[in-house]
Design a protein around this ligand. Structure first.
Ligand SMILES: Cc1cc2nc3c(=O)[nH]c(=O)nc-3n(C[C@H](O)[C@H](O)[C@H](O)COP(=O)(O)OP(=O)(O)OC[C@H]3O[C@@H](n4cnc5c(N)ncnc54)[C@H](O)[C@@H]3O)c2cc1C
Ligand SMILES: *[C@@H]1O[C@H](CO)[C@@H](O)[C@H](O)[C@H]1NC(C)=O
Length: 371
């Protein structure tokens, strides 16, 4: 932590959990990812979504300065004053240009307590839940404090079929969250849980996102297929549900390791940064959807990969656009470069130019390489 208390020094190897807890102990907070076991470097280099983004922007928006070892062996600083083009590229396409050896990262005084409601709905309520959720994802109705998270998941103790899980996660006390909760309660959940006065550092446990959670289990095959969206489409989500329910019924071992994630973080802090100021391309999308299919038996891969693709196809068909916009950090690997780095022709032109400048022989082509 710097003496000013305004930034911290992060180095490779640091996990999200170490960052969240390390800052907390010093009375600080910032945008981090939501799952504690992931590394902060990869999250940061590809953008980085989390609960705090409505206030502070993406994880990558917290970088004040980065030190980078380039392909030619030189060690340089990228910042708003030095190597500004590299500084631009690192924030969104940062897996491509060199080895980040450290960053100065903005941190903030820790403030409010949080509250949350989790509701579980049987599948027949799916349309009602997502139609209502659309009211809260529209920018005018979506306060910067509110994260709206849905999952399709299996919960065998509640239902033989997959269920719809909804969490409203709120930076503030339950009293202020209550008005958003009531209309969902009217739909008739199978189960409901409330939490009030939760310190930020404890949100991860409530949401089963700590290092001990199944999300962090190792030794699994995992497939994602991300799509950014403007609104929920209950017709296409029904198609996704049927595919998810079918594949997880066919391979019961998938049950505890698989979900379909529908992440609705607030975007006010994200859109407050000008879209051309960083390489992070899809700032104004309030929703990020992806299957997350985990299993151990490789004999099932073809089938599960097909389901993965079918789910994304259903989502894109219901998006009102032919174009796929995908989060680079969740990439399945079959996306085109513009689908990951932005469709505006100037973005790929600029990224390719910078790739030629900083990494002409492609030494840093480990992840979604620009070519
Ligand atoms: C369990 C889990 C939870 C997740 N939760 C979130 C979340 O809440 N929010 C979110 O936005 N994303 C999340 N993700 C996605 C995450 O952003 C990516 O998986 C990301 O790549 C993780 O970074 P890492 O450093 O752990 O991975 P690594 O595999 O270590 O790194 C990924 C790539 O980043 C590059 N890289 C890493 N470190 C450096 C460095 N120092 N210098 C240069 N390049 C480097 C390399 O190309 C590497 O191949 C999650 C992923 C998992 C598996
Ligand atoms: C929702 O998706 C279906 C296809 O699944 C499509 O026909 C419909 O137009 C979509 N609705 C909206 C509002 O885009």
């Amino acid at each position: 932590m710097d003496d000013s208390g305004e930034f911290a020094e992060l180095q490779p190897g640091l996990t999200n959990g170490e960052l969240v807890r390390g800052l907390w102990e010093q009375g600080k907070q910032t945008t981090t990812g939501i799952c504690l076991c992931a590394g902060i470097m990869g999250i940061m280099l590809g953008g980085g979504h989390g609960y705090m983004q409505g206030r502070y922007g993406l994880v990558t928006d917290q970088i004040l300065e980065a030190r980078v070892v380039l392909a030619d062996g030189s060690w340089v600083t990228a910042s708003p004053r030095e190597n500004t083009d590299l500084f631009w590229a690192l924030r969104g396409a940062g897996h491509n240009f060199g080895i980040i050896t450290g960053v100065k990262f903005k941190v903030y005084d820790r403030l409010e307590e949080w509250s949350e409601v989790q509701m579980i709905f049987s599948e027949d309520k799916l349309e009602a839940v997502f139609q209502l959720s659309n009211d809260y994802i529209e920018e005018a109705n979506h306060p910067p404090e509110l994260t709206v998270w849905h999952l399709l998941a299996r919960m065998d103790d509640l239902s033989d079929d997959a269920v719809v899980v909804m969490s409203l996660i709120y930076r503030g006390r339950f009293n202020d969250l209550e008005p958003y909760v009531a209309p969902f309660r009217d739909i008739g959940p199978l189960a409901e849980q409330q939490h009030d006065g939760v310190p930020f550092v404890d949100l991860f446990d409530i949401n089963v996102l700590t290092e001990a959670s199944t999300t962090c289990d190792r030794g699994l095959y995992r497939h994602l297929a991300p799509t950014y969206l403007r609104q929920y489409n209950s017709t296409s989500l029904r198609k996704v549900y049927d595919i998810f329910n079918g594949i997880t019924a066919k391979y019961p071992e998938m049950g505890t390791h698989s979900t379909f994630m529908i992440e609705g973080y607030p975007i006010q802090g994200v859109t407050s940064i000008h879209p051309e100021d960083t390489a992070a391309p899809f700032r104004d999308y309030p929703l990020l959807l992806s299957p997350q299919l985990g299993y151990t038996n490789p004999a099932h891969s073809n089938d599960i990969l097909a389901a993965n693709k079918d789910m994304r196809r259903a989502i894109v068909e219901g998006s009102g656009s032919e174009q796929l916009n995908a989060y680079v950090n969740y990439a399945s690997g079959d996306e085109s470069l513009p689908e990951l780095y932005g469709h505006e022709p100037w973005r790929m032109r600029k990224l390719r130019e910078l790739k030629r400048k900083y990494d002409p022989t492609g030494k840093f082509n480990f992840y979604m390489p620009i070519s």
